[in-house]
Write a protein that binds this ligand. Sequence first.
Ligand code: BDR
Ligand code: CA
Length: 312
Amino acid sequence: MAPRKIIIDTDPGQDDAIAILAAFGSPELDVLGITAVAGNVPLPLTELNARKLCELAGRPETKVFAGCARPMVRDLVTAEEVHGKTGLDGPDLPDPTMPLQPEHAVDWIIDTLMTEPAGTVTLCPLGPLTNIAMAMVKEPAIVPRIEEIVLMGGGYFEGGNTTPAAEFNIYVDPHAAHVVFASGVKLTKAPLDVTHKALMNRKFIEDLRALGTPVGIASAQMLDFYERFDMERYGQDGGPLHDPCVIAFLLKPDLFVGKQCAVQIDIHSELSMGATLVDWWGQTDRPKNCFVLNRVDAEGFFALMLERLARL
Ligand code: BDR
Ligand code: CA
């Protein structure tokens, strides 16, 4: 079977990094390009980090594009306290020599979706949804051509990780999230409800290091840095590995359990701005616009990630 064509839209981010590396290590996936967005850190760092990761993976031919430098309406909020001042603190990765593509990420997303056969490209957003929403606003004709969007974002039973109500990716650009969730595109989301069940343990990180490869060693160094924050916050053995859930779902959906639900984004209340309101119990007749993941076979998930990174 031909590999599935994906676009990874991302704000790396150590967990974004593991997702990108896992995608590169998966022959079932054809990464058409990587689009960077402002999120965990500002855009100049996220696009730089994306290129560093391509070179780490031995994939310098990958097209990397810079997208939006700020959310659609609100001011940018970043997360250096989680990811460090570079966004990718931990390893000392060299500056990339591969070029940044000259085209704006939003235009490239539009061009790609208008050129590839309709229904053959899946979008994988791992950060705020600004680039995706801007592409939908600039060229609405792309909307019916998207095969599916599988994203990391939101939280319902688990609440938020940036405010009591909102998860980081949705909180940073709730208006963009509103555009995407109201678009009618087939959507799957990996919210905190599932990523908080994908908790790393020491063995996973040590297994990565023991691969002895540049990817394995750098990944272990990234996760060592990233874990220190989550362990302090969550008081658990290991922090959640959020973004790789998206790639794992594409590769092995059977690892996950979820439910088709109506999901809306709060863009009105300052108190719960960016909350993802999931009609889990079917209390309304709103359209069920999203498959919401809420459980994962964590052992199978980490084994899959390790196996894919080991191929690089
Ligand atoms: C999300 O926020 C970012 O900090 C992570 O990379 C992930 O995409 C988790 O809330
Ligand atoms: Ca991310």
